[in-house]
Design a binder for this molecule. Structure first.
Ligand SMILES: [Fe+2]
Length: 266
């Protein structure tokens, strides 16, 4: 995808977001993505799964409360945990906008009263992305403590790569305007779901990924992740032939039978 296409795709997405309508798949230039159903709620989730070459997620201070060796878990709450339930979902991508499988995410945050557990591991936990680069964290909305706006700490690391330490923020927080560490580039998308909240954020790590090929030879080669397919390209997958309906770069989870917007069986 060249720079112009990236720009036009972004423009269409932003226009669609501003208008509150779903952009037609054909205009986006990519398939309807897993993210569309990753977060519940009434409005369609239009966050693109690929950041179109956006800069990597910025780093932020670790702060004084990180503890190594957190337990591996995706939920930091029990049924009795006080606080507004919050689910954070998202993806981890590399510089080629491909998902990072088995990326480590280590979250830590304050409890509902704004206190960190510095003796145990309450509200601390690490997990790994799946093959689609996706993660889900079940927690609560962290409480406020003096000097900071509302935030969640996280370390993200692709296998064998440097650790990215950063923080995630909540839109609409009054203290976002006075916290000198706050950065709007780290704002989650947050929506209400009944009495709970659902946040979304995608990380982009500064990790190299295999370059995508420029074209597909004619004749139906085997479908392969990372291949840039043009409309009309033919592939085989699972012993069947498929024709490409719109140009895209293949990603895990976009196998032809799974994405009728991209492939038609022949
Ligand atoms: Fe903090």
């Amino acid at each position: 995808m060249d720079e112009e296409n990236k720009l036009s795709r972004k423009t269409v997405l932003k226009a669609a977001l501003a208008a509150g309508v779903a952009a037609p798949v054909a205009l986006i230039g990519g398939p309807a993505l897993a993210r569309a159903n990753a977060v519940g709620g009434t409005a369609p989730e239009l966050t693109p799964a690929c950041h179109d070459g956006d800069e990597p997620t910025i780093e932020q201070t670790e702060g004084p409360y990180f503890k190594p060796n957190s337990p591996e878990r995706t939920s930091l709450v029990t049924p009795g945990t006080p606080g507004t339930r919050l689910t954070v979902t998202g993806y981890v991508f590399g510089r080629a906008c491909l998902p990072v499988n088995r990326a480590l995410l280590d979250f830590w945050q304050a409890d509902v009263n704004g206190a960190y557990d510095n003796t145990g591991y309450t509200f601390r936990g690490h997990q790994y992305t799946d093959a689609q680069g996706a993660f889900t964290l079940s927690t609560i909305v962290p409480g406020l403590y003096p000097g900071r706006t509302r935030h969640i700490h996280v370390k993200v690391q692709a296998p064998g790569r440097p650790v990215l330490t950063t923080q995630l923020y909540f839109p609409g927080e009054p203290r976002n305007n006075t916290d000198s560490i706050f950065d709007a580039r780290l704002l989650m998308t947050v929506r209400d779901n009944g009495s709970a909240k659902e946040g979304a954020f995608d990380f982009v790590l500064d990790v190299p990924q295999a370059p995508t090929s420029a074209s597909t030879p004619p004749g139906g080669t085997s479908w392969a992740v990372g291949t840039a397919y043009a409309a009309g390209a033919r592939v085989t997958y699972g012993g069947r032939g498929y024709g490409c309906l719109q140009a895209h770069t293949a990603q895990p989870g976009w196998e032809p039978p799974a994405v009728p917007a991209l492939w038609r069986g022949e």
